[in-house]
Write a protein that binds this ligand. Structure first.
Ligand code: SF4
Length: 940
């Protein structure tokens, strides 16, 4: 089966007896030109003069004698024109989106040769319509009437009245803006695309296009705008040739939307290639494979698998293997999935900058000024921001990766600039001196281009392209700001850059004549591939559900012959059917995951071909297979590898702490992973401050304040405590402790409201403890935050050391309270003694267990002899002194009553822990796993 461009090239060579230089060929896009030249060069045996081949855009730019203005200067000028006519103050960043819409509407109006004076006419009275628009046809007048009727129809709703009023006010000015804007552009010898088309169409209408005394040839067009039709008319009059790419299948069916425009084209400009046989391929299609996959990654993987099975490294024919991406965001997963030995790949498509990781980085970097702090001549950056920057894929120098690890591990809120400056890229990203934002961004983009160039990493070529595009957009913008002397505060500038960059497309154009071709649907026009995969064949992409926003309402678009959403569907239908009509091996892949909100159901085009070619289609649908992964529980035997590690507790090298025993009781496997295998949970730097750090500040401050009163065993009086109840004294100590944790505390407070909050909360709770201690005067303090230990005999040969740091040992008379501070909420229920040693119990009374174990530890110390020991908790959120632990249903029982039972159970659990025949197993209650770091290991 011959490809469309082969048919065209052969016909041209035959028709012109190889005198191609007599032709002026016009094609829809650059890619069609490249491939046409390639095919011509393969058919020509002897060197010949090449034909002139232009894209339609190049042709109209030449003919109109206007230079195409780029989007950024075009919208900046439109802003000026708008501001001169509508005096209401509108900032340029607010205007930008509005300007893009307005420009697209002006573009449409000119491409479709619409009389803008008519369209933007303000109608005072419905009767005016027939008089004003008497040159329009009956149904056009009806549509216009409907539009104005809707506008005038009162609904009584105030908000709607207001919107209608605003619309009419704006509508009144549109024609003035349109005219003034075009005048400005023409006087500068410039124009937007539509202007260039209209100018050329006017010339064509006056028969002033001479096509350079050559025969005009138009290849591969479909939906023609009014201006294009006028140009085609002139070409027809000049004996032009028209090569249309279509299939009889949809052409012959009067209502098939894929043939909607083509039927009109063939009537008005008959096809130069008359032989219908070459255009009747769909009817004879042998096989179409449709596959549904439940996600983007799976679609990308399948695409890579199919294409690599077909592509041979020696395949240089660029029309052999093609991939059309219905959704551009599939490009990155696809490139990552293609194996390294895939051979040449060419990507030609428009990729929104939004889909590149570089734009993400640039947006983060735009916050640089708020992240930098000067302190006594030193420059610091907020660590959370530095981490965010360094975690971006593009920043991958080894030095900066190391800095990133350091910052995460050290958990400091600020990062000294010296740490970052050691790396050349780091010194640009994190400057010491104040720098203008624009210059800062430009220097980074330049560095990224140079770095990627040095690295020569092919996968980075996106970043290089994106960096160049962003650099040039920023340059253009600053130039416009200078031209129009716009006074933009930096905040507004940041918003404007953000808005502009978010709507820009990166045009990827690689070496197109080798290897696998990856493209968008539009870039595939006129091309036929032997092996073709189309991806994301879902509603929303094929056809696209996004209709370009417009100020011109639907009725008016329809009345004036502008493209509407129905036309857009017909355009997509043509692109789709055209792409598949000559493919020999065709695979259509869609996202079958109905829960994926980014995708609609499978495309109507798929449903349509399933109906049209029922015997040709094979369909397979894959779903995520959900299998109970945890069929084999994780069990760690205490074998020769584990025993020596466990024995460190038995040979005096390690002590066991209450927190470790709590972990073991909750989940023996977690104890193994955390304390034997020593798998550490990574420290996360939180921009807020967690409970654990707050607890530490409270404990350490209490220790500092009470230390002078502790250890003497003398009763502490109210007078001794009152000096502590002073905000300044307490704050001084809190700040001293916080400075150890966070560095310069005054500086931190300025930038982190959380620090001041912590300070105030800690002050409140510490004062409350002191106040309660004052009420309870006469107690003595035996110790604060001190570590105590006991030896515990597991069996005849084995002893371990149980140790614990006790927050406060307080004595009143003969009673010693073993106190553990608790910063969390006060539990609503009393603990149960039976639960202290329970395995697999989600709400085990860990605090009571810990306080009981501390008490068991100090029991053997001399100061505790003959004393009444009382395990207690002090909940700092509660306004009362201490909670001696009372178990549910055991009100009368004290530590003395329960200690033997406690010790017996402690012995049992320690025996179990060190018993080599009892393996470490996972907890049986998966509620215990909810916040466990090892969830991914356990598949819980
Ligand atoms: S995830 Fe569950 S089973 Fe695994 S270690 Fe954590 S608590 Fe134990």
């Amino acid at each position: 089966m011959k490809k469309f461009l082969e048919l065209v090239a052969e016909d041209l060579l035959e028709r012109k007896n190889h005198s191609l230089h007599e032709l002026l060929i016009i094609v829809p896009g650059k890619r069609s030109r490249t491939f046409l030249k390639h095919i011509l060069s393969q058919l020509i045996e002897k060197p010949r003069f090449a034909p002139s081949i232009f894209t339609i855009n190049e042709f109209v730019e030449n003919e109109s004698k206007l230079k195409l203005i780029e989007t950024i200067p075009a919208i900046a000028l439109l802003y000026q024109t708008y501001s001169n006519i509508i005096t209401k103050e509108e900032t340029i960043d607010n205007f930008w989106y509005f300007g893009e819409m307005l420009l697209a509407d002006f573009d449409d109006i000119d491409k479709y040769l619409v009389d803008a004076g008519h369209l933007f006419k303000y109608v005072h009275d419905l009767k005016e319509i027939e008089q004003l628009f008497d040159d329009l046809e009956g149904d056009q007048i009806e549509l216009i009437k409907q539009f104005w009727q809707n506008i005038y129809k009162g609904t009584g709703a105030k908000s709607q009245e207001k919107v209608r009023g605003q619309f009419l006010e704006f509508w009144k000015h549109l024609y003035k803006i349109y005219e003034a804007y075009k005048k400005e552009l023409s006087s500068a010898g410039m124009g937007y695309e539509g202007m260039l088309y209209r100018e050329t169409a006017i010339k064509a209408d006056k028969n002033q296009i001479n096509f350079d005394k050559k025969k005009p040839v138009f290849i591969g067009f479909n939906a023609l705008s009014g201006a294009e039709k006028q140009i085609f008319n002139a070409a027809k009059a000049a004996g032009g040739l028209f090569y249309w790419d279509y299939d009889q299948w949809y052409l012959d069916k009067k209502h098939h939307e894929a043939g909607y425009f083509m039927r009109q084209n063939l009537r008005q400009y008959p096809s130069t290639l008359g032989d219908k046989h070459n255009f009747d391929n769909l009817r004879n299609k042998q096989k179409i494979e449709c596959i549904g996959f439940p996600g983007e990654l799976e679609m990308a993987q399948k695409t890579a698998e199919i294409i690599t099975s077909k592509a041979k490294s020696q395949d240089d024919d660029p029309l052999k293997n093609g991939i059309i991406l219905g959704n551009e965001s599939l490009l990155t997963p696809l490139l990552q999935t293609l194996p390294d030995d895939t051979g040449k790949i060419n990507v030609t498509m428009g990729l929104p900058l939004q889909n590149t990781s570089l734009l993400g980085l640039v947006k983060i970097l735009m916050q640089v000024k708020q992240q930098k702090i000067k302190n006594k001549g030193n420059t610091l950056y907020k660590s959370a921001w530095v981490i965010e920057v360094l975690q971006q894929d593009i920043i991958n120098t080894p030095n900066l990766k190391e800095t990133l690890d350091t910052l995460i591990n050290e958990k400091r809120l600020f990062c000294e600039v010296d740490l970052l400056q050691a790396d050349p890229i780091g010194s640009i990203l994190f400057p010491v001196k104040d720098i203008n934002l624009i210059e800062y961004l430009k220097s980074i983009l330049k560095a990224i281009v140079e770095y990627n160039d040095e690295e020569k990493n092919e996968k980075d070529y996106f970043n290089t392209g994106a960096a160049i595009k962003i650099y040039s957009a920023i340059n253009q913008l600053t130039q416009q700001i200078e031209n129009y002397k716009l006074d933009l505060p930096e905040k507004l500038m940041v918003r404007l850059i953000d808005r502009i960059l978010s709507s820009i497309n990166l045009t990827l154009e690689g070496e197109p004549l080798k290897g696998i071709q990856i493209m968008g649907l539009i870039e595939a026009r006129t091309l036929d591939f032997e092996n073709l995969i189309i991806n994301a064949v879902n509603e929303g992409f094929l056809p696209s559900s996004s209709v370009a926003p417009s100020f011109i309402p639907y009725n008016l678009r329809k009345a004036y012959g502008l493209l509407t959403f129905e036309n857009q569907d017909a355009v997509f239908a043509y692109y789709f059917y055209r792409a598949i009509q000559r493919a020999q091996n065709l695979t259509l892949i869609y996202n079958s995951n109905e829960a994926d909100n980014d995708y609609g159901e499978k495309s109507r085009f798929l449903q349509q071909i399933a109906f049209e070619f029922p015997n040709t289609i094979t369909e397979n649908k894959y779903q995520h297979v959900v299998t109970p992964i945890n069929e084999n529980p994780i069990v760690i035997e205490k074998d020769q590898t584990v025993q020596p590690l466990l024995n460190q507790y038995l040979n005096g090298k390690r002590k066991i702490y209450p927190i470790q025993l709590n972990t073991y009781l909750n989940c023996p496997l977690k104890f193994y992973l955390q304390y034997i295998a020593k798998i550490k949970e990574p420290e996360q730097l939180d921009s807020g401050i967690d409970q654990r750090i707050f607890g530490q500040i409270f404990h350490d401050t209490m220790e500092l304040l009470y230390k002078p009163l502790s250890g003497t065993k003398k009763p502490i009086s109210k007078d001794m405590l009152l000096p502590l109840l002073n905000d300044e004294t307490i704050l001084k100590q809190i700040n001293h402790i916080m400075a150890q944790q966070f560095g310069n505390i005054e500086l931190q407070k300025k930038s982190n409201g959380m620090i001041s909050l912590i300070e105030q909360v800690a002050l409140k709770y510490i004062k409350r403890v002191i106040e309660n201690d004052i009420k309870n005067e006469g107690f003595s303090l035996y110790g604060l935050e001190e570590e105590y230990e006991i030896k515990h005999q597991i069996n005849q040969d084995q002893t371990i050391t149980i140790a614990g740091k006790i927050d406060r040992l307080q004595a009143s008379g003969n009673q010693i309270f073993v106190i553990d501070y608790k910063t969390g909420k006060v539990p609503t229920q009393k603990p149960r003694f039976e639960d202290l040693f329970a395995h697999d119990l989600p709400k085990r009374p860990e605090a009571a267990f810990q306080a009981y174990l501390y008490t068991t530890i100090i029991e053997n110390y001399e100061f505790a002899q003959n004393k009444e020991l009382t395990p207690s908790l002090l909940y700092i959120q509660e306004n009362r002194p201490i909670h001696p632990i009372i178990f549910s249903g055991r009100k009368q029982e004290t530590y003395a009553d329960l200690k033997n039972d406690f010790k017996a159970q402690l012995s049992n659990i320690l025996t179990e822990l060190f018993d080599n025949t009892t393996p470490f197993k996972q907890t049986e209650d998966s509620d215990m796993c909810t916040n466990c770091y090892f969830k991914s290991i356990c598949h819980r």
